[in-house]
Design a protein around this ligand. Structure first.
Ligand code: COA
Length: 165
């Protein structure tokens, strides 16, 4: 397991923001000729894990996916970029937002937003037990908006988990 370092007591979203980019291959297509959703989900999980790991100064595991919206199809040859940032940090968990954009290989048109997703990660120690993470301090107006939306998602999630028993 990766080593755990002791970092600062608080961080800004910009301190852990990550972009992962990948060119989609024809091997990743489904029966309809577009890119399989699972391939994009892997890229999203990887980018979110990298942002969570940066914020937590060590390993963090996916514990839930709140929402994943596929907004437009992705094709072989498209350059996908997954932009992940930590939007809220609890005691040991982190809410990470991911926005995926596509640059079409055969068109000079604008970059298109193709997926948005929100995931929760938990920082773990050597025994795979939850461990505390730095506080998240929003800085920009956008950071503050994302923070407030993450707080709402978190309370909704807690209600749903309680209702589900
Ligand atoms: C992540 C894991 C260690 C958490 O253990 P746990 O006993 O549920 O931990 P706790 O109940 O103490 O909760 C720890 C934190 O996770 C949050 N959490 C737990 N389950 C959650 C869920 N389903 N959704 C969102 N948050 C959750 C809690 O709210 C708490 O957050 P906080 O400390 O910020 O308040 C454990 O669930 C696990 O190992 N899961 C498997 C992870 C995995 O293998 N992922 C796939 C590969 S990366």
């Amino acid at each position: 397991m990766d080593s755990i370092t002791t970092g600062p007591a608080h961080k800004a979203p910009a301190d852990s923001r990550v972009t992962l980019a990948h060119i989609m291959s024809e091997h990743d297509t489904n029966l309809y000729g577009t890119i399989h959703g699972g391939v994009i989900m892997k890229l999203i999980d990887d980018a979110a894990a990298a942002a969570a790991g940066r914020h937590a100064d060590g390993p963090a595991v996916t514990v839930s996916v709140d929402r994943m919206s596929f907004l437009a199809p992705v094709h072989a040859g498209d350059l996908l970029s997954a932009h992940a940032s930590v939007e809220y940090a609890g005691r040991t968990s982190m809410d990470v937002g991911v926005r995926v954009t596509a640059e079409r290989w055969n068109a000079s048109g604008p970059t298109v937003e193709v997926v948005t997703a929100h995931l929760t990660f938990v920082a773990i120690d050597e025994d795979r037990s939850p461990r505390p993470v730095p506080e998240l301090r929003p800085v920009t107006p956008e950071d503050h908006q994302r923070y407030l939306r993450a707080v709402r998602r978190r309370s909704l999630r807690t209600e749903q988990r309680t209702a589900a028993g």
